[in-house]
Design a protein around this ligand. Sequence first.
Ligand code: GDP
Ligand code: MG
Ligand code: ZN
Length: 329
Amino acid sequence: MNKGKQRRSPRPEPEQTLRGLVVKNTGSWYVVRPEGGGALVECKIKGNFRLKGLRCTNPVAVGDVVAVDLKPDGTGMIARIEPRRNYIIRRASNLSKEFQIIASNIDQAVLVMSLLSPMTNTTFVDRFLATAEAYDVPAVLVINKVDLLTGPASRAVLDETTQLYRSIGYRVVHTSTVSGEGLDELREVVGHRVSLLSGNSGVGKSSLINQLVPGADLRVGEVSHVHHKGMHTTTFSEMLDLPGGGALVDTPGVKGFGTIDFERSQVAHYFREIFALGQGCRYGDCTHTHEPGCGVLQALERGEMALSRYQSYLSIIDEDPDNKYRKPQ
Ligand SMILES: Nc1nc2c(ncn2[C@@H]2O[C@H](COP(=O)(O)OP(=O)(O)O)[C@@H](O)[C@H]2O)c(=O)[nH]1
Ligand SMILES: [Mg+2]
Ligand SMILES: [Zn+2]
């Protein structure tokens, strides 16, 4: 037998694969930046990813490191997600059983708020902070539009809000994209880190990004990028590189992230001052709502804890038996 004449079975085409970072999620496409450089690759998802048994509408998130199988047409299929250092998820819509991962592998969450046009409500802020605590993501507050706070009354609100959150231990930065105040401080806060930027619409997120990321050229004054597909809200998010290192993750259309998966008894852990005051409660399982000898209720009565924070706490655990602390509708 002549070995040379043996028929070779056709060798399968070696599958081209690469590893990269997901830098954009449009809802239908994921844009992956290959490790070590090269052109961005538009990808779809292969198969089914689940997250701890939760149904996810967008299982791959900006910030994920992924393995991609390349197709001959230059697009890719995301085949695997590397383990995440952290991630932030939210319900796809109110009452929905499906979840969206907003971002993963982030160093900090920056909440942009404003006290005038629009006024960010404190419950929104506190829920954001509590969620960040729950996910172990450091949070920073940015109060934008401080140029609008000129009168003594609005200055007093600015001081009070700032002092409140600083006293709990959060960094609070004042900014204005109009006067330029605080922009250098904000550059320093976000430099060399990956920051998730959130905030209700109109507070000036796009304006701030335009100041921090030259060439970002985001549209200002736009409320959208949210598409309602039946019950689902799909959102796109994008990672924008900062010139000096680090990146901002912009999530237009994501107002904030709700409080999901909170064990009722855990909520107090996510309010730093309530957790600290709770050390003085008579009962170890105190819910800080009605119990005698409650360190939190005592601090409230003495005016040593902000009522707004306590109301936010109650809004999450949804308990206020005497309706004593409930904000009027
Ligand atoms: N007075 C004032 N207006 C601002 C400031 N930053 C943004 N704006 C305005 O607020 C509106 C909403 O800004 P935009 O960046 O689109 O907010 P976004 O919805 O959070 O992205 C626009 O009309 C901006 O010009 C600021 O620092 N001061
Ligand atoms: Mg915007
Ligand atoms: Zn208590």
